[in-house]
Design a protein around this ligand. Sequence first.
Ligand code: GYE
Length: 312
Amino acid sequence: MVAATLSACGGESGNGAADDGKITMGFSQVGAESGWRTANTDSVRKAAEEAGIELKFSDAQQKQENQIKAIRSFVQQKVDVIAFSPVVESGWDTVLKEAKDAGIPVILTDRAIDSPDTSLYKTFLGSDFVEEGKKAGQWLVEAYQGKSEQVNIVELQGNTGSAPANDRRDGFAEVIKADPKFKVIASQTGEFTRAKGKEVMDAFLKAHTDIDVLYAHNDDMGLGAIEAIEAAGKKPGVDITIITVDAVRDGMQALADGKINFIVECSPLLGPQLMDLAKKVVAGETVPARVVTEETTFTQEQAKAALPQRQY
Ligand code: GYE
């Protein structure tokens, strides 16, 4: 009974794709919280068009319930493939089981989920966020080499429960714990936005007069924090060392201007790889379980050199 229903559904969606010869992808995006996200959305839209894939785009406005609704509606519409960037890591098993039962393959893009059931999705395309956090920590360790005084760090975390917030925090912590002079004196979410980054940094500055370093999980929060630091009469990049992640153009400009000290790159240009994977998955081909994005890091000098060709 169950098997018959399953194959009927699978057959239908398969026929749907073959009928008009066009692949339909349901894509649930996190929101529009940052420069990274805007560049990612543009990349996905453009790549879908170039690949001849019909994109049903849905913006979750940073809410998991909206993503769950979008995925359910994609299942109802019998799209050929579902791709989504999970706003948080946990709580996806039920809805992804529904997609699986309907025979619709799922691709995780940008962010991972924490479910042990890896049969719920075909592949995960995106960055290694732990590695990004480690790179941030490694630069800091080198920058403060030979100094013995305590280094007071404040941290602006990404959205609570999201893979990039968890992993960037953990990767960074793992590297700096090797030297007890590094101390995270305050850590709070800035929700990956400029406005919240500014607000939280403002509170940090009021509570602590001795901040040496700011580690922000993305450029936007760092940029918001720079406004708060300047408003407090301090020089960002000089009085407070600033490390961020992403390397979007505004972040790179602040780095070149000396207001940020180091940026770990995280590429949002996932569209072309996502469409390639979607075609393969719909055709029933096997794809690697994990596709990691290649990325680099930037110092102030490197940002000056890279800015003219920066795509996003
Ligand atoms: O770093 C941040 C965005 O998931 C990698 O989300 C992404 C992160 C990115 O809001 O700017």
